[in-house]
Design a protein around this ligand. Structure first.
Ligand code: C6P
Length: 410
């Protein structure tokens, strides 16, 4: 059974205390990016110190070794999400880039329709607006039901035989809501539409099996799951990679080039033009190793426990309004909230000043969702495998102090 206190020893930033008052660092901004364990940092350093060479471009030892490690990382990520093989895994910069690969890779036809939702992060909205502007496709939005959920009946109404793509977030970065992506895939596939799942907030936090979900594309970021920044992945279901156009042309994504035309390389390299983020990719592999060792069932269970406890404590603080489902089975470890009488940025600054607690505040790159909720912005705490009940207590105690004491002096 993993021990959260043992896990914490692997994270250098969790060993730090604030110089001015000795307060430990409490990191509750995991939905923005996660901390990195020593094992990931060391894997990146090891590449630079021992195997620093380009991949797929040399017969010398270092290039062979770097290629081997980079390919192995694809295999690890493939296994982590239940993909059939690493041919389905393209390394990209982040979730945003993964989604843009799909936006620019599909041969859009006049009359095509895209169905997305008001719950999306801007990354799964703006690319479709650009596609609409360029190719004249129609964009439709699924609304919310019962405040925190997608209205699946509305989704059924919106999907027609003209729907080319359904683009939906798996776990909301604001509400925490976990959407029924399996059901959505079935509905979409019955109409011959493809499904892109934004897994930025799900892949790091729960067991994922793309075959079970049934999606055609899954986008996620390495930096939110203990990996380095600048690396992420796009899963492209077997059989689709051949149809999708490469977004970028250049080195390594080709098999043969003449002045007239080029032939694409085999998958996944067809989509990885130019020298990739080799160190980041190897670090991503190390992050996945770390998460597999801990176990994703445990990660999910641990976050559920922290979230359940935080939700209960927060509900007892007068003036604190929490957004998102109460049912812990239907939500992830992200809690957006507001404190009456305070701007969310003020709340975040006070938590930082008073107790060295990091949370996020603002729109969380989900402005249409905030509009749909009728709020101008929110504060947000988000948990990960290394957070503890003591940290949740400190967060809630400080929040209570802010709401009760500081609020009353306004
Ligand atoms: N959300 C947050 O604080 P990138 O930036 O490409 O790695 O991930 C984009 C993204 C896409 N979808 C969802 C659901 C997300 O939560 C994010 C990133 C961070 O909520 C940074 S804005």
């Amino acid at each position: 059974m993993p021990d959260v206190y043992k896990i914490r020893e692997d994270f250098p930033l969790l060993q730090r205390v604030r110089k001015t008052d000795g307060k430990p660092f409490v990191y509750l901004d995991n939905a923005a990016t996660s901390l990195k364990p020593r094992q990931v940092i060391e894997a990146v350093i090891e590449y630079y110190e021992k195997y620093c060479a380009n991949i797929h471009r040399g017969v010398h030892y270092l290039s062979q070794k770097a290629s081997e490690l980079y390919e192995e990382a694809h295999e690890k990520v493939a296994k982590f999400i239940g993909a059939r093989s690493m041919e389905e895994i393209v390394f990209v910069k982040n979730t945003t880039e993964a989604i843009n690969y799909v936006a620019y890779g599909i041969d859009w036809k006049p009359g095509d329709e895209i169905v997305t939702t008001v719950m999306e992060h801007h990354s799964n909205l703006v690319p479709w607006q650009i596609v609409r502007g360029k190719f004249g496709v129609k964009l439709k939005f699924v609304r919310l039901r019962d405040r925190w959920f997608l209205d699946i009946e509305h989704l059924e109404e919106l999907i027609t035989d003209r729907t080319r793509l359904v683009a939906v977030v798996h776990a909301s970065n604001v509400l925490g809501t976990i959407n029924p992506v399996e059901e959505i895939c079935k509905i979409a596939h019955d109409h011959g539409a493809l499904v892109l799942v934004d897994g930025a907030q799900s892949v790091p936090h729960m067991p994922i099996d793309v075959k079970k979900i049934g999606c055609d594309f899954l986008a996620f970021s390495g930096h939110k799951m203990l990996g380095p920044t600048g690396i992420g992945a796009l899963y492209i279901r077997e059989g689709l990679g051949e149809e999708l156009n490469p977004t970028f042309g250049g080195g390594d994504m080709i098999r043969r080039v003449t002045l007239e035309k080029s032939e694409w390389n085999v998958l996944p390299w067809k989509f990885e033009a130019g020298t990739p983020n080799i160190a980041g990719g190897i670090g991503f592999g190390a992050a996945v190793d770390y998460l597999r060792r801990v176990g994703m069932e445990w990660v999910r269970a641990h976050e559920k426990e922290l979230t359940r406890y935080a939700l209960k404590r927060m509900s007892e603080i007068p003036g604190v309004e929490v957004y998102g489902p109460e049912d812990i089975e239907k939500r992830g470890g992200v809690i957006a909230f507001n404190v009456r009488g305070f701007d969310p940025h003020e709340v975040a600054m006070l938590l930082d000043d008073l107790e060295n607690i990091a949370i996020r505040s603002g729109l969380h790159c989900a402005e249409p969702l905030h509009n749909a909720l009728g709020i101008s912005s929110s504060a947000r705490a988000s948990f990960y495998l290394y957070n503890t009940k003591e940290e949740v207590d400190l967060f809630c105690d400080t929040l209570e102090k802010i709401a009760r004491e500081l609020g009353s002096t306004e």
